[in-house]
Design a protein around this ligand. Sequence first.
Ligand SMILES: [Fe+2]
Ligand SMILES: [Fe+2]
Length: 248
Amino acid sequence: MLPPLAHWQKHFESNESNSPINWEVEDILTQKEFDNIKNSIAAFQLGESSEGKHLIQAAKNYAQKYNDPYLITITRLFIKEEQGHALLLKRFMDKNKIPTIRKNWSDDIFRKLRKNVGFELSITVLITAEMLSLIYYSALFNATGSKLLKSICEKLVKDEVTHIKYESELLNSIRKEKLLKHLVCFAHQFFYFGTMLVVYLSHHKVLNAGGYNFGGFWKHCWEEFSNSFGQGNLLKKLSRQMPNPFVN
Ligand SMILES: [Fe+2]
Ligand SMILES: [Fe+2]
Protein backbone atom coordinates (compact mmCIF):
# COMPACT_ATOMS: atom_id res chain seq x y z
CA MET A 1 0.00 0.00 0.00
CA LEU A 2 1.21 3.53 -0.82
CA PRO A 3 1.04 6.56 1.52
CA PRO A 4 -0.61 9.84 0.29
CA LEU A 5 1.79 11.22 -2.34
CA ALA A 6 0.31 14.48 -3.67
CA HIS A 7 2.51 16.64 -1.40
CA TRP A 8 5.61 14.78 -2.57
CA GLN A 9 4.86 15.64 -6.19
CA LYS A 10 4.55 19.31 -5.17
CA HIS A 11 7.82 19.11 -3.27
CA PHE A 12 9.81 17.61 -6.16
CA GLU A 13 8.28 20.08 -8.64
CA SER A 14 9.15 23.11 -6.51
CA ASN A 15 12.60 21.83 -5.48
CA GLU A 16 13.83 21.86 -9.09
CA SER A 17 15.20 25.39 -9.06
CA ASN A 18 15.95 25.73 -5.33
CA SER A 19 19.37 26.42 -3.82
CA PRO A 20 21.39 27.44 -6.88
CA ILE A 21 25.13 27.02 -6.35
CA ASN A 22 27.36 30.09 -6.58
CA TRP A 23 30.19 28.84 -8.79
CA GLU A 24 32.15 32.07 -8.32
CA VAL A 25 32.72 31.48 -4.61
CA GLU A 26 36.23 30.65 -3.38
CA ASP A 27 37.27 27.13 -4.36
CA ILE A 28 40.70 26.18 -3.04
CA LEU A 29 41.56 22.55 -2.44
CA THR A 30 44.81 21.74 -0.68
CA GLN A 31 46.89 18.89 -2.12
CA LYS A 32 45.96 16.80 0.93
CA GLU A 33 42.25 17.42 0.39
CA PHE A 34 42.61 16.63 -3.30
CA ASP A 35 44.37 13.33 -2.53
CA ASN A 36 41.80 12.42 0.11
CA ILE A 37 38.70 13.09 -1.97
CA LYS A 38 39.56 12.38 -5.62
CA ASN A 39 38.74 8.63 -5.83
CA SER A 40 35.94 8.83 -3.37
CA ILE A 41 34.07 11.77 -4.94
CA ALA A 42 34.39 10.06 -8.33
CA ALA A 43 32.67 6.95 -6.94
CA PHE A 44 29.81 9.01 -5.49
CA GLN A 45 29.48 10.99 -8.75
CA LEU A 46 29.08 7.70 -10.61
CA GLY A 47 26.55 6.47 -8.05
CA GLU A 48 24.43 9.61 -8.53
CA SER A 49 24.33 9.28 -12.30
CA SER A 50 21.92 6.39 -12.84
CA GLU A 51 19.44 6.60 -15.72
CA GLY A 52 16.79 5.06 -13.46
CA LYS A 53 15.13 2.99 -16.23
CA HIS A 54 14.45 0.02 -13.94
CA LEU A 55 13.15 2.23 -11.15
CA ILE A 56 10.73 3.97 -13.54
CA GLN A 57 9.48 0.60 -14.79
CA ALA A 58 9.05 -0.69 -11.21
CA ALA A 59 7.17 2.52 -10.29
CA LYS A 60 4.91 2.15 -13.36
CA ASN A 61 3.99 -1.40 -12.35
CA TYR A 62 3.40 -0.43 -8.73
CA ALA A 63 1.38 2.69 -9.61
CA GLN A 64 -0.81 0.60 -11.91
CA LYS A 65 -1.35 -2.06 -9.24
CA TYR A 66 -2.47 0.55 -6.67
CA ASN A 67 -4.02 2.95 -9.15
CA ASP A 68 -1.80 5.81 -7.93
CA PRO A 69 -1.72 9.02 -10.04
CA TYR A 70 1.47 10.52 -8.53
CA LEU A 71 4.14 7.82 -8.23
CA ILE A 72 5.40 7.83 -11.82
CA THR A 73 5.81 11.62 -12.01
CA ILE A 74 7.47 11.70 -8.57
CA THR A 75 9.89 8.93 -9.59
CA ARG A 76 10.84 10.81 -12.78
CA LEU A 77 11.41 14.05 -10.82
CA PHE A 78 13.37 12.18 -8.17
CA ILE A 79 15.68 10.61 -10.78
CA LYS A 80 16.15 14.03 -12.40
CA GLU A 81 17.18 15.44 -9.00
CA GLU A 82 19.74 12.65 -8.53
CA GLN A 83 21.11 13.27 -12.02
CA GLY A 84 21.38 16.95 -11.03
CA HIS A 85 23.57 15.83 -8.12
CA ALA A 86 25.79 13.92 -10.55
CA LEU A 87 26.11 17.05 -12.73
CA LEU A 88 26.98 19.26 -9.75
CA LEU A 89 29.72 16.86 -8.65
CA LYS A 90 31.00 16.51 -12.22
CA ARG A 91 31.23 20.29 -12.68
CA PHE A 92 33.16 20.57 -9.42
CA MET A 93 35.44 17.68 -10.44
CA ASP A 94 36.10 19.21 -13.88
CA LYS A 95 36.92 22.54 -12.25
CA ASN A 96 39.45 20.80 -9.99
CA LYS A 97 40.78 18.38 -12.63
CA ILE A 98 39.48 15.31 -10.83
CA PRO A 99 38.78 12.60 -13.42
CA THR A 100 35.35 10.93 -13.52
CA ILE A 101 35.07 7.14 -13.61
CA ARG A 102 32.73 4.92 -15.64
CA LYS A 103 32.93 1.76 -13.56
CA ASN A 104 33.30 0.87 -9.94
CA TRP A 105 32.72 -2.56 -8.35
CA SER A 106 30.42 -1.37 -5.54
CA ASP A 107 28.37 0.73 -7.99
CA ASP A 108 28.06 -2.36 -10.25
CA ILE A 109 26.70 -4.40 -7.32
CA PHE A 110 24.17 -1.70 -6.39
CA ARG A 111 22.97 -1.37 -9.98
CA LYS A 112 22.56 -5.16 -10.29
CA LEU A 113 20.69 -5.34 -6.98
CA ARG A 114 18.19 -2.72 -8.19
CA LYS A 115 17.57 -4.42 -11.54
CA ASN A 116 14.17 -6.07 -12.06
CA VAL A 117 13.51 -6.68 -8.36
CA GLY A 118 10.23 -4.79 -8.05
CA PHE A 119 9.45 -1.45 -6.48
CA GLU A 120 9.80 -2.31 -2.79
CA LEU A 121 13.25 -3.89 -3.14
CA SER A 122 14.44 -1.13 -5.47
CA ILE A 123 13.50 1.48 -2.87
CA THR A 124 15.09 -0.62 -0.11
CA VAL A 125 18.41 -0.72 -1.97
CA LEU A 126 18.09 2.96 -2.84
CA ILE A 127 17.42 4.21 0.70
CA THR A 128 20.33 2.13 1.97
CA ALA A 129 22.63 4.02 -0.39
CA GLU A 130 20.96 7.36 0.40
CA MET A 131 21.40 7.04 4.19
CA LEU A 132 25.10 6.34 3.74
CA SER A 133 25.47 9.12 1.13
CA LEU A 134 24.00 11.56 3.61
CA ILE A 135 26.70 10.74 6.15
CA TYR A 136 29.39 10.80 3.45
CA TYR A 137 28.39 14.28 2.20
CA SER A 138 28.31 15.56 5.80
CA ALA A 139 31.85 14.22 6.26
CA LEU A 140 32.95 15.76 2.95
CA PHE A 141 31.55 19.12 4.12
CA ASN A 142 33.67 18.88 7.27
CA ALA A 143 36.72 17.58 5.41
CA THR A 144 37.17 20.53 3.03
CA GLY A 145 38.00 24.21 3.28
CA SER A 146 36.63 24.86 -0.25
CA LYS A 147 33.59 27.11 0.08
CA LEU A 148 32.30 25.80 -3.25
CA LEU A 149 32.51 22.15 -2.21
CA LYS A 150 30.93 23.01 1.13
CA SER A 151 27.97 24.67 -0.61
CA ILE A 152 27.56 21.65 -2.93
CA CYS A 153 27.61 19.31 0.09
CA GLU A 154 25.02 21.48 1.85
CA LYS A 155 22.66 21.18 -1.11
CA LEU A 156 23.27 17.42 -1.42
CA VAL A 157 22.65 16.86 2.31
CA LYS A 158 19.45 18.91 2.17
CA ASP A 159 18.14 16.94 -0.82
CA GLU A 160 19.19 13.54 0.56
CA VAL A 161 17.45 14.23 3.88
CA THR A 162 14.22 14.75 1.92
CA HIS A 163 14.82 11.70 -0.30
CA ILE A 164 15.29 9.55 2.80
CA LYS A 165 12.10 10.93 4.33
CA TYR A 166 10.16 10.22 1.12
CA GLU A 167 11.55 6.70 0.69
CA SER A 168 11.09 5.77 4.35
CA GLU A 169 7.45 6.91 4.16
CA LEU A 170 7.00 4.67 1.13
CA LEU A 171 8.67 1.66 2.72
CA ASN A 172 7.00 2.02 6.11
CA SER A 173 3.64 2.17 4.39
CA ILE A 174 4.40 -0.75 2.04
CA ARG A 175 5.73 -2.92 4.90
CA LYS A 176 2.96 -2.05 7.37
CA GLU A 177 0.60 -4.73 6.14
CA LYS A 178 3.19 -7.45 5.66
CA LEU A 179 2.96 -10.51 7.88
CA LEU A 180 6.74 -10.86 7.94
CA LYS A 181 7.47 -7.15 8.42
CA HIS A 182 9.91 -7.73 11.33
CA LEU A 183 11.83 -10.26 9.28
CA VAL A 184 11.92 -7.85 6.31
CA CYS A 185 13.22 -5.08 8.57
CA PHE A 186 15.87 -7.36 10.04
CA ALA A 187 17.01 -8.43 6.56
CA HIS A 188 17.22 -4.74 5.64
CA GLN A 189 19.38 -4.05 8.72
CA PHE A 190 21.68 -6.88 7.72
CA PHE A 191 22.05 -5.49 4.19
CA TYR A 192 22.61 -2.00 5.62
CA PHE A 193 25.30 -3.38 7.93
CA GLY A 194 27.19 -4.95 5.00
CA THR A 195 26.90 -1.77 2.92
CA MET A 196 28.16 0.31 5.86
CA LEU A 197 31.32 -1.78 6.02
CA VAL A 198 31.91 -1.44 2.28
CA VAL A 199 31.38 2.35 2.42
CA TYR A 200 33.71 2.72 5.40
CA LEU A 201 36.46 0.61 3.84
CA SER A 202 36.18 2.42 0.50
CA HIS A 203 35.80 6.00 1.79
CA HIS A 204 37.50 6.07 5.20
CA LYS A 205 39.94 8.80 4.13
CA VAL A 206 37.12 11.32 3.64
CA LEU A 207 35.09 9.98 6.58
CA ASN A 208 38.10 10.24 8.92
CA ALA A 209 39.05 13.71 7.65
CA GLY A 210 35.42 14.75 8.19
CA GLY A 211 35.45 13.68 11.84
CA TYR A 212 34.07 10.14 11.59
CA ASN A 213 36.26 7.38 12.89
CA PHE A 214 34.71 3.93 12.60
CA GLY A 215 32.84 4.27 15.91
CA GLY A 216 31.35 7.65 14.98
CA PHE A 217 30.38 6.40 11.53
CA TRP A 218 28.76 3.28 13.00
CA LYS A 219 26.80 5.32 15.54
CA HIS A 220 25.49 7.83 12.99
CA CYS A 221 24.60 5.14 10.49
CA TRP A 222 22.36 3.41 13.04
CA GLU A 223 20.88 6.70 14.21
CA GLU A 224 19.95 7.39 10.61
CA PHE A 225 18.40 3.94 10.23
CA SER A 226 16.51 4.36 13.47
CA ASN A 227 15.18 7.79 12.42
CA SER A 228 13.80 6.29 9.24
CA PHE A 229 12.45 2.97 10.47
CA GLY A 230 11.76 3.48 14.17
CA GLN A 231 13.57 2.53 17.34
CA GLY A 232 14.62 -0.88 18.50
CA ASN A 233 16.94 -2.18 15.83
CA LEU A 234 19.33 -4.75 17.24
CA LEU A 235 22.61 -3.62 15.76
CA LYS A 236 22.15 0.00 16.86
CA LYS A 237 22.33 -1.14 20.44
CA LEU A 238 25.93 -2.19 19.83
CA SER A 239 26.93 1.35 18.86
CA ARG A 240 29.47 3.19 20.95
CA GLN A 241 29.10 6.71 22.31
CA MET A 242 31.16 8.98 20.07
CA PRO A 243 31.25 12.78 19.61
CA ASN A 244 28.65 14.01 17.13
CA PRO A 245 30.35 15.70 14.14
CA PHE A 246 27.02 17.31 13.13
CA VAL A 247 27.13 19.45 16.29
CA ASN A 248 29.67 22.28 16.47
FE1 LIG B 1 21.86 12.20 -4.58
FE1 LIG C 1 19.10 10.98 -3.10
